[in-house]
Write a new protein. Structure first.
Length: 94
């Protein structure tokens, strides 16, 4: 996923960088993380899946329950990836 695609998805949803960070459960540095992705930083695979789901019409609190469960599974996996990366580089979890 390109930086332009991330920005297009975010703009299409009408979200600020901070709001997208909240939607993706990125913690207090979510805005900075989204800005980094939009500047060309590496986007973890689970995050890409979540962004694609949002792009394709999934909205928190709306849609079919199985879609919500699947996106929550992806978000949980993404949280585990981020937590593991933070632990490897010695950053405290939020």
């Amino acid at each position: 996923m390109s930086p332009e695609e991330v920005k297009e998805i975010r703009d299409g949803l009408g979200l600020s960088q901070a709001a997208l960070g909240q939607t993706l459960r990125l913690g207090p540095n979510g805005k900075r993380t989204v800005a980094r992705w939009e500047a060309g930083g590496t986007i973890p695979g689970p995050v890409q899946l979540a962004l694609e789901a949002l792009r394709d019409g999934w909205r928190p609190g709306f849609g079919h329950w199985s879609e919500a469960r699947e996106l929550n599974r992806v978000l949980d996996e993404m949280t585990e990836v981020v937590t593991g990366a933070r632990q490897r580089v010695g950053i405290a979890s939020a």
